[in-house]
Design a protein around this ligand. Structure first.
Ligand code: NOJ
Length: 580
């Protein structure tokens, strides 16, 4: 029996988990025919979202924001309380809330905490040293190097170059962890914390059910502005990149835990439950290994409900059984009470289909994708499902699907096309063969719809019982009916390659989840890795061998038929070009 299995261990139940569907409004659905997705478009698709068997919808930013690359897709906010006319009006948003609540769906808006846009009123006043805004941002006189004016220290921007820009109006440097058009708020300052909490209240009072909080590790900085340690050299003699520093001082500061507690207090003041989903994808080691940082923000009574980290992006069959086993144990160790959130795709990362299966022969891709989707559904914690992942959309290619002159993401210009995120942000294909696959009636959509996506359009998958969409819908319903998947703790089994297996266990249910990470059929005998009590609790018998197809998944969950990652769907052969 495995050392990992401790049959006598008390059953620890995790906090309840959720499935959250992420909508990127610019590319979800266009209701007014301007080629750009909008809030009314989301409202019109609520029945579809509800049919996926998710609990909540996280809507990426729709606030007033500079047009073009400076707006960072809405993550540079000009006014937290105003809606960008491209997305609609406040009344449209109230309608969305009402309609979502009527369907039992919760709405989480995206709160961009650590920075604003450069044209935000606060920044305009701060650079003119007007009170009370003078210290709302992080200002510094800079340093002198070789007789010349230089930035205060070696902090780098995630989006390339120094994290400091000299402002000719105030004649000081300001900090920006992302674009120059995203000045960092000085959240070390109590007054700024109050101002930000006040912006949150505006939405909560309106009936929003919670927030996805953007870039949490960037909220606070070292008040002494010390240099970050370099991995390979010493500033300023080296010009290394953002991910070649240890973030001792620029980000991941302990003060953020207190700020989070303050936000939690605000949320707890409401009668109706308000939820917080943090984003913490940057850890101290060159931005990697964010799990320990993320876990400091999540606490049953004082912290966030849940937080996503960078670990989901490493989940693939090719990572191997040992890596995945270790990863699941790390999630469980850092979040013993639950609260980690996994991401089946998002707007910042390549589409899961391409990431996990793009390198495989065509006839294996679908099964490999479905298996990884099932793994995400079975992992401890909540789950975000990004729009289009339920369709198994592959990443749009640049320049084949998105010509260079149509790119929107500023990152294409600042750090390069290979890091550009537009390939995961193309419009949702709603109707196969229609203009822009039914996303907009305009001739030109915000980003082009890849031809390959047309063949995977929603209407085509709805009518095919073997489609990825139908599979995902059934799988999510199955997950919702397994208490052990919703709140059980995890026991990883000591299996051999290519089988990955673990138990999810709560009071009254034990579910075995087993995955064959290879393309070839294998058998697996759970009793070789499990003690008799747990074996019985999982509804299995001694010596019983389970067969797993190539990239197969099997589970002992008992409330509903278990979806298995086969057979392959019929998605209609070769992709057809989408007109328009
Ligand atoms: C994280 C968001 O998800 C990303 O899209 C954005 O560019 C950065 N934060 C900066 O706000």
């Amino acid at each position: 029996m495995s050392d990992d299995v401790k049959p006598s261990a008390a059953i620890k139940e995790h906090r309840p988990s959720e499935v959250i569907y992420q909508v990127y409004p610019a590319s979800f659905a266009d209701s007014d025919g301007d080629g750009h997705g909008d809030i009314r478009g989301i409202t019109a698709k609520l029945d579809y979202i509800k049919s996926l068997n998710v609990d909540a919808v996280w809507v990426s930013p729709f606030y007033l924001s500079p047009p073009g690359p400076e707006g960072d897709g809405g993550y540079a906010v000009t006014d937290h309380k105003a809606i960008d006319p491209r997305f609609g009006t406040l009344d449209d948003f109230k309608e969305l809330l009402k309609e979502a609540h009527g369907r039992g769906l919760r709405i989480y808006t995206d709160f961009v905490l650590p920075h604003t846009a450069g044209d935000h009123e606060w920044f305009e006043k701060s650079r003119r040293r007007e009170e009370p805004f003078k210290d709302y941002y992080v200002w510094h006189d800079g340093s002198i190097y070789n007789g010349h004016k230089a930035p205060p220290n070696n902090w780098k921007s995630v989006f390339g170059g120094e994290a400091w820009t000299f402002d000719p109006v105030r004649r000081q440097y300001y900090l920006h962890h992302f674009l120059k058009s995203q000045p960092a708020l000085n959240l070390n300052n109590e007054k700024v914390q109050e101002a930000v909490v006040d912006e949150m209240k505006f939405w909560l009072d309106m009936g929003v059910d919670g927030f996805r909080i953007d870039s949490l590790p960037y909220a606070n900085h070292d008040p002494e502005f010390r240099h970050n340690p370099w991995m390979f050299g010493q500033w300023p003699d080296v010009r290394e990149a953002w991910d070649q520093q240890f973030f001792e001082y620029s980000i991941c500061q302990p003060q953020t835990v207190k700020l989070v507690a303050r936000i939690r207090k605000l949320m707890d003041g409401y009668d109706r439950k308000k939820t917080t989903l943090g984003e913490a994808i940057a850890g101290k080691e060159g931005g990697k290994n964010a799990l320990p940082v993320a876990s400091t923000y999540v606490h049953r009574h004082e912290g966030l409900d849940t937080c996503y980290s960078d670990v989901s992006y490493g989940i693939a069959q090719s990572s191997g059984q040992g890596y995945l086993k270790d990863l699941i144990k790390r999630i469980e160790d850092h979040f013993p009470d639950g609260g980690h959130c996994n991401s089946l795709g998002n707007h910042d990362n390549p589409r899961t289909m391409t990431r996990v299966a793009g390198h495989l022969p065509q006839d294996q891709r679908e099964a490999a994708y479905r298996q990884i989707a099932m793994l995400f559904l079975c992992l401890p914690g909540s789950l975000c499902v990004y729009q289009g992942e339920e369709l198994g959309l592959p990443q749009a290619r640049i320049p084949e699907d998105i010509p260079l002159d149509r790119l929107q993401d500023p990152v294409a210009q600042t750090i390069g096309i290979d890091r550009c995120r537009d390939g995961a942000r193309t419009p949702m294909p709603w109707r196969a063969g229609a203009k822009n696959s039914g996303f907009t009636r305009a001739d030109k959509a915000y980003l082009p719809v890849p031809h390959e996506h047309d063949a995977r359009a929603v209407d085509r998958q709805e009518s095919d019982p073997r489609s990825t969409l139908r599979f995902m819908r059934e799988a999510l319903a199955w997950r919702a009916a397994q208490p052990a998947l919703l709140k059980g703790h995890t026991v990883v089994l000591d299996t051999k390659d290519p089988v990955l297996a673990f138990l999810r266990r709560c009071e009254g249910q034990v579910v075995l989840c087993a995955f064959n990470l290879s393309p070839h059929a294998v058998t697996f005998t759970p009793s070789e890795a499990l003690d008799d009590d747990l074996l019985r609790a999982a509804g299995l018998q001694k010596g019983q061998a389970l067969s797993l197809d190539g990239y197969g998944f099997i589970s002992s969950g008992d409330k509903k038929p278990v979806p298995v990652a086969a057979p392959l769907p019929n998605l209609g052969g070769a992709p057809k070009p989408a007109p328009g």
